[in-house]
Design a protein around this ligand. Structure first.
Ligand SMILES: CC(C)(COP(=O)(O)OP(=O)(O)OC[C@H]1O[C@@H](n2cnc3c(N)ncnc32)[C@H](O)[C@@H]1OP(=O)(O)O)[C@@H](O)C(=O)NCCC(=O)NCCS
Length: 155
């Protein structure tokens, strides 16, 4: 099973996290993490990074999942979940659920946030629903693909 680790952008596993986000989320829509950083400078450093790691006896730690938390976004007390990705070979094993649980624990625990939201790609909304999040509002387009806002209340 994967273990969930909380890392910063200076951590040795950050490079693998970026590679995973590029492969799973961003390449298919023609952008990458460098492009995001150019568009929203400082966002990477301001985000909290959670990675799911599997330790390989020969190759060492491998990042198989990740998610970001932007605290106090867009206002104090609210947090945004972003960039949730699981390696295609390890999907449907409970890794996404584990990442979400850790992120919620941190957000509603130490950070004292009261509400989380994300812009879920259509299709992935069923994943968020299965971990207890609820849809809010109408479908909208972002980065050329249909999305739906999902929310999770703390407490
Ligand atoms: C969406 C994603 C993060 C889910 O991660 P995962 O590790 O595969 O999910 P889990 O195995 O933890 O699944 C948790 C629950 O969600 C459900 N689920 C997961 N993916 C689903 C999907 N695509 N459609 C419907 N249900 C889904 C599972 O059935 C499971 O429910 P259960 O435990 O009651 O059976 C992963 O599939 C992924 O990276 N997809 C591609 C990138 C993406 O779309 N990211 C989200 C951007 S908003």
């Amino acid at each position: 099973m994967a273990r969930i680790q909380f890392i910063g952008t200076d951590h040795p596993l950050y490079e693998q996290e970026v590679d995973l986000r590029n492969r799973v989320l961003l390449d298919p829509i023609g952008i990458d993490v460098a492009w995001l950083e150019e568009r929203w400078p400082g966002m990477e450093a301001r985000s909290e990074h959670f990675v799911a790691v599997i330790d390989h006896p020969k190759d060492g730690p491998r990042v198989v999942g990740c998610v970001l938390l932007l605290p106090d976004e867009p206002e104090k007390g609210v947090g945004k979940l972003a960039q949730m990705a699981v390696d295609p070979q390890r999907q449907r094993e409970g890794i996404g659920r584990e990442l979400c649980t850790e992120l919620e624990r941190r957000a509603f625990g130490e950070l004292g946030l009261t509400r989380l939201f994300c812009h879920a790609r259509k299709g992935a909304d069923r994943f968020y629903q299965s971990v207890g999040w609820v849809p809010e509002g109408a479908e909208f387009e972002e980065a050329g693909i249909p999305h739906i806002k999902m929310v999770c209340e703390g407490g």
